[in-house]
Design a protein around this ligand. Structure first.
Ligand SMILES: *[C@@H]1O[C@H](CO)[C@@H](O)[C@H](O)[C@H]1NC(C)=O
Ligand SMILES: *[C@@H]1O[C@H](CO)[C@@H](O)[C@H](O)[C@H]1NC(C)=O
Ligand SMILES: *[C@@H]1O[C@H](CO)[C@@H](O)[C@H](O)[C@H]1NC(C)=O
Ligand SMILES: *[C@@H]1O[C@H](CO)[C@@H](O)[C@H](O)[C@H]1NC(C)=O
Ligand SMILES: *[C@@H]1O[C@H](CO)[C@@H](O)[C@H](O)[C@H]1NC(C)=O
Ligand SMILES: *[C@@H]1O[C@H](CO)[C@@H](O)[C@H](O)[C@H]1NC(C)=O
Length: 462
């Protein structure tokens, strides 16, 4: 009786542990910290547990964070920052030292499972760093093996710009300038060490660059009836993410690597952004991440058409909105939590909650492009005494950005720092927007629908 009971209990436990490992709490979260309003690492780890995250990825090897993660069940991904790659690539002693200080000091109590060497290395035009990437990964791996650590994968997160095209996925091919030099050695390393090809993969960006040819529903996994038929492979796609992932699968295949698994080191959808950033809203972010989690945790959706049923470890970007990131507004709006730990939108990371069980949300108004005029002006919250550097920056970019502000020219009056900055920001943005410039100026500027010259005129006349 006792034995039977013990066996029974043990069996139950195993089933629980099994489903827990495979389904519940498997989704990872990126914990970026470029914000000045973020909770402490201690509080953050409590939040991660409260939302059922299974894994956490950090962009360094912060001693404070790694110490606090000790004893939690969270699996951890740490990073060798880009600046260290070249040193480590040529110096095994430096690699050993890095592993000693950043892994051995916490492992195994802190469940470090992945070391990412660099961040989006191939997206920087730095040939030396490209050449040093794989040697650095090899040295880190060697340091781990010398300490008999075999359950920590060594990888490197790359972006979708490693492939030439995702249409159709079967035509996927790595770009010529990296294919022989970097990708072949990298794939050999990943294959030989049974590691993952980690991708930062954003259907949001692909869709927003081409919203006429790609439907929003396809990017949001919203309509399985809408398909993309890849005539090259005969595979049928029902969402953009699968298409993006498989273009890398096919690119690897073309170089002879059939079995390297894909991991998603970042994906997500912005919960907000600038007025001209169509589709960046809480509604789409919620739909994207809920559908993503369901897809990554629930059969039969797991995997991609080229790799059906194969689990893809996935880290959502990001835990918090990070208010100190520069660039367009979306950059500061990838979070799933407010700084107080409340969810920006409800999101069940175990993937079991069906969409119709979530509260209904109002359809957003910015899923269609904003058609009116926009200006780039001084943000109301800033100290106008500190505008000088931003104004100087705008006017130093050339192409006549500030010609009209000269004393004899049309926009010289009214002579005020704010009026001149409004003109300079708008002029700069109008000229350089197509080249990727954003209306931000370290928080000094925002987009507006009202013509600043009229606004100022009214104020000055009153
Ligand atoms: C290798 O790294 C170690 C540890 O950082 C350092 O002391 C040593 O000088 C380096 N060797 C070379 C050749 O740079
Ligand atoms: C959209 O698709 C059409 C038809 O296939 C093609 O001619 C056009 O180049 C595509 N546009 C973009 C921006 O890719
Ligand atoms: C997809 O097609 C099925 C069968 O034709 C239909 O029942 C279902 O409503 C469709 N779904 C959507 C989202 O259109
Ligand atoms: C996809 O394209 C192939 C080749 O053109 C065709 O045989 C097949 O019927 C198509 N499938 C769908 C679902 O459109
Ligand atoms: C990948 O690794 C496996 C062993 O795990 C090996 O059999 C295979 O040849 C490798 N593939 C390539 C292209 O090197
Ligand atoms: C700025 O001026 C340079 C040199 O005249 C020109 O090549 C460039 O295309 C201009 N850029 C914009 C955004 O107008």
């Amino acid at each position: 009786m006792y034995m039977k009971r013990a066996v029974f209990v043990f069996t139950l436990f195993c089933i629980f542990a099994f489903s827990n490992a495979l389904v519940l709490g498997n989704i990872g979260i990126n914990y970026g910290r470029l914000g000045n309003n973020l909770p402490s690492p201690y509080q953050t780890i409590e939040f991660l547990k409260s939302v059922n995250a299974g894994q956490v990825k950090i962009y360094d090897a912060s001693p404070e964070v790694l110490k606090l993660l000790s004893g939690t069940r969270l699996r951890v991904s740490i990073m060798v920052t880009n600046g260290l790659i070249s040193g480590i690539a040529s110096n095994q002693t430096m690699s050993d030292q890095w592993v000693r200080e950043n892994v051995l000091a916490y492992y195994p109590n802190t469940r470090i499972r992945t070391i990412l060497v660099g961040n989006e290395v191939l997206s920087y035009d730095d040939q030396q760093m490209w050449a040093d990437l794989v040697p650095a990964m090899q040295k880190i791996k060697k340091s781990l093996v010398s300490h008999n650590i075999h359950n920590v994968k060594v990888g490197t997160p790359l972006t979708m710009d490693v492939v030439e095209s995702i249409f159709p996925p079967s035509s996927g091919k790595f770009k010529d300038d990296i294919s022989d030099k970097v990708m072949i050695p990298l794939l050999k390393f990943l294959n030989g060490s049974k590691s993952y090809f980690f991708l930062d993969v954003y259907p949001y960006f692909t869709w927003s660059e081409n919203p006429t040819n790609i439907s929003l529903d396809f990017a949001l996994f919203k309509d399985a009836n809408q398909t993309y038929n890849d005539t090259g492979s005969g595979l049928i796609y029902t969402n953009l993410l699968d298409q993006m992932l498989d273009s890398v699968v096919f690119a690897m295949q073309k170089l002879g690597f059939e079995n390297i698994r894909i991991g998603i080191s970042e994906t997500g959808w912005p919960n907000g952004g600038d007025m001209d950033q169509t589709g960046a809203n809480v509604y789409n972010a919620a739909i994207y991440n809920r559908n993503l989690v369901r897809k990554m945790t629930a059969s039969p959706e797991i995997g991609t058409p080229a790799r059906p049923g194969i689990v893809i470890p996935t880290f959502i970007f990001s835990l918090y909105d990070e208010n100190q990131k520069s660039g367009p507004g979306t950059e500061r709006h990838w979070g799933i939590l407010n700084p107080n730990g409340n969810q920006i939108y409800e999101l069940d990371l175990t993937g079991v909650r069906p969409e119709n069980d979530y509260p209904q949300m109002q359809e957003p108004s910015n899923n269609k492009p904003y058609k009116g005029k926009l200006w780039c002006v001084v943000a109301s919250s800033v100290d106008t005494m500190e505008l000088g550097p931003a104004l100087d920056f705008a006017c130093s970019q050339g192409n006549g950005t500030c010609d009209e502000l000269a004393p004899e020219k049309a926009c010289y009056q009214p002579v005020s720092e704010v009026a001149h900055a409004n003109y300079a920001f708008s002029s700069y943005w109008a000229k350089f927007r197509d080249a990727g410039a954003s209306c931000y100026f370290n928080g000094f500027a925002v987009q507006t629908t009202s013509d600043p010259s009229k606004f100022l005129l009214n104020h000055h006349l009153v």
